[in-house]
Design a binder for this molecule. Structure first.
Ligand code: SF4
Length: 235
């Protein structure tokens, strides 16, 4: 069947991309994120990382913890102004303060506690992602990041680097959205390679496959990249 043939070709290509990037950047075995002790904290940290650098969001997260040492319940009960003040270094402080307070309140009212650590006992990564996405302000990338980095499950968060690199190489169609790409990419790689594949694509997007000027000369995956073929071998 033509459909299975195309998907077989894409799977083979994804495996080859992972091999080549692994040779170029080195192996990237799973490493638990720093927030792994507290899943709600990890979700809050990931919300804070939206639209800002890791440096700024990390600073905002630490400041939030220092301002509210009693725990997440105290963040939910505080005035929005006080929470926003603690988040100033992370950008969009007012929006993120409101979002985080609502998140903690929603988690508490639905589960009876300001904690998501019960998710550690869930086995199905798709159920975890779908559950996290039921919370306001938690999109597919945020849910996938917590599920992969903090719960160690095989999903592929798609940020701007992963989306751009996968699209240029031809692992996803040019019109496939980042939201759709989460599922499409996951079908192409073995479960045990999902983390490494994600990290390699981000590394490649940051190092060579830049948004404006990709450094295709000397790129380790140039020989199997659609963008490269179109650029250098087009009639
Ligand atoms: S060949 Fe160019 S476009 Fe393709 S992955 Fe490498 S840097 Fe990106």
């Amino acid at each position: 069947m033509l459909v299975s043939t195309i998907s077989d070709v894409l799977e083979g290509k994804a495996l080859r991309v992972e091999e080549l990037l692994s040779e170029y950047y080195g192996p990237r075995p799973y490493r638990q994120d720093a927030y792994d002790q507290d899943i709600l904290g990890a979700l809050i940290a990931t919300v804070l990382s939206q639209h800002t650098s890791d440096l700024n969001s990390g600073r905002a997260y630490r400041n939030l913890q220092e301002t509210f040492p009693e725990g997440w319940e105290s963040v939910a009960k505080a005035s929005q102004v006080k929470v926003a003040d603690a988040l100033r270094s992370g950008g969009l402080a007012d929006v993120k303060a409101a979002r985080i307070q609502r998140l903690i309140k929603d988690v508490t009212s639905r589960t009876g506690a300001a904690s998501l650590d019960f998710l550690r006992s869930w086995n199905d990564e798709r159920e975890i992602v779908n559950y996290l996405r039921t919370y306001h302000g938690v999109g597919p990338k945020t849910a996938a990041c917590v599920t992969m980095f903090n719960l160690g499950k095989p999903v592929i968060p798609v940020d701007t680097h992963v989306h751009r690199v996968a699209s240029r190489i031809g692992l996803i169609g040019a019109k496939v959205s980042a939201d759709q790409a989460h599922d499409d990419l996951l079908k192409l790689v073995p479960r045990e390679s999902a983390y490494s594949f994600h990290v390699h694509l981000i590394e490649h997007g940051r190092s060579l496959c830049h948004a404006r000027k990709p450094q295709c000369e000397g790129c380790p995956v140039g020989a199997i990249c659609n963008y490269y073929s179109a650029k250098y071998y087009a009639d």
